[in-house]
Design a protein around this ligand. Structure first.
Ligand code: ZN
Length: 188
């Protein structure tokens, strides 16, 4: 598949799926998709997401790593988003409120030149869990991680450690480690 020189943005693709584009924009996107295999395949990848964002949030099963366009979309729908931004090597005190729909961790990382990214997480002394090949927007300089809000609400105080690994032919390269000191909502 030949790479696209003028790719349609994720936000536009999501809006296209949900029929939220003005007709002129809609035509522009459709003409492009007809002639561009690269964008057409990205559009296909976003279809499930576009159709299911609302239900996914309600079920607490939004994909753990999300693209910026998804966050824009959730904001526009009026979802309550609690955000934490953490730099490599950094940590944060975090919680989740009774009304929060989405908890969003912004993991800052230098993503230039990264082709594949894995996210490894560990809660207290538990086993490591690896999410392979997570979606990211290299230009954003951060990876968006969204643990299910309901799951978090049910959890006692704990320390979650996340690591971002760039995977290439040479092996793994650590981009950053991020520590979340979680406490239940005060008064719960
Ligand atoms: Zn294209």
């Amino acid at each position: 598949m030949s790479p696209c020189t003028r790719p349609i943005g994720d936000a536009d693709l999501l809006d296209w799926w949900t029929s939220d584009l003005a007709s002129g924009e809609r035509r522009r996107v459709e003409e492009h998709l007809l002639s561009c295999g690269s964008c057409a395949s990205r559009a296909e990848g976003l279809r499930e997401l576009a159709e299911g964002i609302g239900p996914l949030v309600r079920e607490g099963s939004l994909p753990l790593a999300v693209l910026p366009a998804v966050v824009e979309r959730l904001r526009r729908e009026g979802r309550r988003i609690r955000e934490y931004r953490v730099s490599p090597g950094g940590g944060v005190q975090c919680t989740v409120g009774p009304e929060d729909d989405v908890v969003l961790s912004r993991l800052v990382a230098d993503l230039r030149g990264v082709a594949r990214l894995d996210l490894v997480s560990r809660v207290d002394d538990g086993p490591e869990q690896r999410l392979a090949d997570v979606p990211f927007d290299a230009a954003a300089g951060e990876v968006l991680h969204s643990p299910p809000a309901d799951l978090l609400r049910a959890q006692p105080a704990h320390v979650a450690r996340l690591r971002l690994l760039a995977i290439d032919a040479g092996g793994e390269r650590l981009l950053g480690e991020y520590t979340f000191n979680h406490r239940p909502w005060p008064g719960w």
